[in-house]
Design a protein around this ligand. Structure first.
Ligand SMILES: [Zn+2]
Length: 169
């Protein structure tokens, strides 16, 4: 799989993840500097080859509005580590409203968790307390950096020195 390139703002906050082709264009136009490369990898074009950038930094500050992480099934499962937040099971995962919708529970990061089918059925239309269930972790809204660290640990260790996982932009 093609490795992606982390783009940092002038102040070194992460702003985007782009293809290597896009990164090369930014470098050739001198709109960015290369801070780190994937060693042993090269980008080849017909006429020449380039070091494969891993992290680049923009040469001018870009004002970018907050980019949250999209609330969807996959991202929710990722935040919760693919585990039921009541019993830790990794099987038959579903999405549970901690405070049920019928009791005014919202559909947002703070009220949605990963739950296995069994716990979800047991809980039914009750709150965790009423159902005798305890959450393993307080639900939270993940930052872009949080998911970037997750990706970097699996695919792009070269990014890690440039990511401060606790910074919420
Ligand atoms: Zn469960």
């Amino acid at each position: 799989m093609e490795k992606r390139v982390l783009v940092l703002n002038l102040d070194h906050s992460p702003v985007a993840v782009v293809s290597p082709q896009k990164a090369i264009v930014l470098l050739l136009l001198e709109k960015a500097n290369c801070l780190s490369v994937y060693e042993l990898l090269q980008i080849r074009t017909v006429s020449r080859s380039f070091d494969y950038p891993a992290v680049i930094r923009l040469n001018a500050y870009k004002n970018i509005p907050y980019r949250g992480v999209l609330l969807n099934r996959n991202n929710l499962f990722r935040r919760d580590g693919g585990e039921c937040q009541y019993c830790g099971s990794r099987k038959q995962l579903t999405i549970d409203h901690v405070v049920p919708r019928s009791k005014g529970g919202k559909t947002n990061w703070m009220n949605l968790i990963t739950a296995c089918h069994r716990c979800n059925v047991n809980k039914g239309d009750k709150t965790p307390e009423q159902a005798g269930l305890t959450l393993r972790m307080e639900p939270f809204k993940p930052s872009l950096a949080y998911f970037l660290v997750d990706y970097a640990e699996r695919q792009a260790e070269e990014w890690l020195p440039f990511l401060d996982s606790k910074v919420v932009q």
